[in-house]
Design a protein around this ligand. Structure first.
Ligand SMILES: [Fe+2]
Ligand SMILES: [Fe+2]
Length: 480
């Protein structure tokens, strides 16, 4: 392959988006429709720019597109387009489309005919073969297609997919191990904070890159001991909230460490108390109420600079205190809660109420949890922060299962548009023949707005997780 100038990332995404819109409008309307004309002309416009340096190939490899030999990086705004285009190529057994430089001279009618053939190929037993034959019969000299070949890495600059899910999973499990290590060793005075700080920086970075995935990860509730996964989940939720109120990177790092360490004091509590399903006795309750204080004792034993230590003590101490200073531990020394304390309080309660544990089956769906919390705004939670938290999680919080108007079931994955918190990106789930749920297509509800009322999809209701017996985190991590 000849060396060509690398393609600007935005142009690559615009090209894929234009191709996607063109395919869809051509499928829905006739050739002379104005929408078809516009979509073809936008496509040609970008094709013109791309082929200025010669032929341009678009290759699907391991669910990712490569344009001119370079992988198109993941971008949240185009995730739906990429996903659906990957499906479109895969279902037709097509691995790549090569637009030759001569495609610059193709007439709009030619582009439309090619797109119709590409669309129709799905009706035939061997779509790729059928399409190839049609292209040669009708003398399409400006475009070439190749079958899907996932094992062929020769034409790619990169053979190993750097997987964002792998990165997220590694971080999550590393965080669990770190909290565990600190919890078990802190009392012996052997633990420094270098590792935790590096982890915190990594978490902050991942949240800045891929917030929805991080929120999705917090649906992982039963990895290892609940106290550890709870601590990591609270950390992720709290740091996401910190990002939404535009805390500096350094403050986010401190907030992350506070999240990881907020329940260190629980680790030494007897399991019978932590897992008790009935009411605690007075003595047990006294022990429970001491855990923020015990946690701070551990933090004080860490080998950290006095300035860092002073920044990570208050939050864990305050995380069960309410803005009106009720809650525990009772204290006369503090007049009002710190920002980190208030953030942790919100993340902590949301996490606990959405978790299912053996002794306490989930009774509330995530949106009901938010409503319940909103009922306590001002009393148990800082009102402004809680409002920001609810906005961040969306009307149907990320990780909720929903029933759609066509009767299918979906999982809320993201709210790609910051200003539109009622129209999520939904992964439709399909029940395979063994009765287990698998990933289906991705639907962005904001795209549904343009459709007429009859075939427009919307959310009918939220479904309790216990009803489906599936773990949302499997889908966020692409395990299904
Ligand atoms: Fe706690
Ligand atoms: Fe907690």
């Amino acid at each position: 392959m000849s060396k060509r100038q690398s393609i600007p990332e935005r142009l690559g995404h615009d090209f894929l988006r234009a191709l996607y819109h063109m395919i869809h409008t051509i499928r829905m309307y006739q050739d002379n429709n104005q929408l078809v004309r516009t979509s073809v002309s936008s496509f040609q416009n970008i094709l013109h720019q791309l082929t200025a340096g010669g032929d341009i190939s678009i290759v699907l490899y391991r669910s990712r597109f490569h344009l001119g030999g370079e992988k198109l990086p993941y971008r949240r705004e185009t995730a739906v387009v990429v996903y659906n285009m990957a499906e479109f190529f895969s279902k037709r057994g097509i691995g790549s489309v090569n637009f030759l430089a001569s495609s610059r001279d193709a007439l709009p009618e030619n582009i439309i005919s090619f797109t119709r053939l590409f669309n129709d190929a799905i009706k035939y037993e061997n779509p790729h073969q059928w399409l190839e034959q049609k292209l040669s019969e009708q003398e399409f000299t400006w475009v070439e297609i190749s079958p899907k070949q996932d094992n062929d890495t020769t034409y790619l600059s990169e053979s190993i997919e750097d997987n964002r899910y792998e990165k997220a999973k590694r971080m999550y499990f590393h965080a669990i191990e770190t909290v565990k290590e600190v919890a078990n060793k802190a009392s012996h005075g052997m633990v420094g904070l270098r590792k935790s700080r590096r982890l915190a920086q990594n978490i902050v970075e991942l949240i800045q890159e891929d917030e929805a995935l991080m929120i999705g990860l917090t649906t992982l509730k039963d990895y290892d001991d609940y106290t550890y996964s709870h601590s990591v989940n609270v950390t992720l939720l709290a740091t996401c909230l910190g990002r939404h109120i535009e805390l500096s990177d350094l403050s986010l790092e401190h907030l992350t460490i506070c999240g990881l360490f907020h329940d260190l004091g629980k680790v030494d509590l007897p399991k019978e108390i932590l897992l008790k399903s009935g009411a605690l006795t007075d003595k047990e309750w006294d022990l429970m109420k001491a855990h923020p204080f015990m946690g701070v004792r551990k933090i004080l034993m860490l080998n950290a600079t006095p300035s860092l230590r002073s920044r990570i003590i208050l939050g864990p101490f305050e995380h069960h205190l309410n803005p009106d200073m009720t809650g525990y531990p009772r204290t006369l020394f503090i007049g009002h809660l710190s920002l980190i304390g208030k953030i942790l309080r919100i993340a902590d309660v949301y996490e606990v109420l959405t978790a299912q544990r053996g002794y306490r089956p989930i009774s509330l769906t995530p949106d009901e949890v938010l409503r319940k919390m909103w009922g306590e705004a001002g009393k148990s939670f800082d009102t402004i922060l809680l409002k920001r938290f609810i906005h961040m999680m969306g009307i149907y919080p990320i990780g909720s299962f929903v029933e759609l108007s066509d009767g299918s079931i979906g999982l809320v994955m993201d709210y790609p548009d910051e200003t539109e918190r009622a129209l999520p990106l939904i992964l439709r789930l399909v029940n395979d023949e063994t009765g287990s749920w698998q990933s289906g297509d991705l639907i962005y509800l904001a795209d549904q707005i343009i459709k007429d009322d009859t075939d427009r999809l919307n959310i009918v209701r939220v479904i309790p997780q216990t009803k489906l017996r599936i773990n949302p985190s499997d889908f966020f991590l692409h395990l299904k």
